[in-house]
Ligand binder design. Structure first.
Ligand SMILES: Cc1cc2nc3c(=O)[nH]c(=O)nc-3n(C[C@H](O)[C@H](O)[C@H](O)COP(=O)(O)O)c2cc1C
Length: 206
């Protein structure tokens, strides 16, 4: 319990990464699969990622991200993609697994499938759901990274159109954020954490 609070408390948006440090593909996969334990409505998991580790790809991504240096200096850049077609693409596998695990009776599959697909047919709903659940996944990426002593920096400061062109991402997809991941430059100091509103300023208990 205390461990989890520590991971949340210690996470910061790291501005200065050690550009000499690399991370292995296996570690990236481990972090992303841990993060994919994030909840999503109907377990549709409407996220995809492209992970840039090559120096050249990161350099171009930096330009697309309005020259934010951390994009080039981080060991990797995780491009989080929210997939508004997730229901169509994932529904069968998700429902079949629900049947196998005893969540749902086989006879109910078709009715459930049609109900879910009809909601996701509405483009606004599909967009909202895909971005919402991808954001939950993204938060998990940042927390999971801390487990391995890695630092992250989420960013939405980039030209989404150029990013999609560069990475050949389908036009219908959304990119809610990119996440730089790596090790902090030990020679640079971070400013103190930015102000957070107190509960009384953002909440009420009724
Ligand atoms: C979706 C998202 C987009 C962000 N985009 C940028 C960005 O483009 N550039 C940047 O310097 N910081 C960006 N940030 C970082 C925030 O400014 C930072 O998280 C916030 O100031 C709080 O600091 P902390 O994360 O260290 O507590 C972004 C954060 C989020 C969640």
């Amino acid at each position: 319990m205390k461990e989890c609070k520590k991971l949340i408390t210690e996470r910061r948006a790291i501005t200065f990464f050690d550009s000499a440090k690399e991370i292995s593909d296996d570690l990236i996969k481990e972090i992303l699969e841990t993060a994919s334990l994030a909840p999503s409505a109907y377990n549709l998991q409407p996220w995809k990622v492209v992970v840039a580790i090559s120096k050249e790809k990161k350099r171009i991504l930096k330009e697309i991200a309005f020259n934010q240096q951390k994009v080039e200096d981080a060991s990797a850049v995780i491009v989080v993609i929210a997939n508004p077609k997730a229901a169509v693409e994932n529904i069968d596998r998700v429902l079949e697994s629900s049947i196998e695990l005893g969540y749902m009776k086989k006879e109910r599959k078709e009715v459930a499938k049609q109900r879910i697909l009809s909601v996701w047919e509405d483009q606004e709903q599909a967009k909202r759901k895909a971005i919402r659940d991808s954001a939950l996944f993204s938060m998990n990426v940042m927390i999971a990274a801390r487990v391995y002593g890695l630092e992250t920096h989420p960013m939405d400061g980039f030209d989404e159109k150029k990013l999609k062109e560069f990475l050949n991402i389908d036009e219908e997809m959304y990119v809610p954020m990119i996440i730089a991941i790596g090790y902090k430059d030990p020679d640079k100091a971070l400013l103190p954490r930015a102000y957070r509103f107190k509960f009384e300023e953002f909440g009420e208990i009724i």
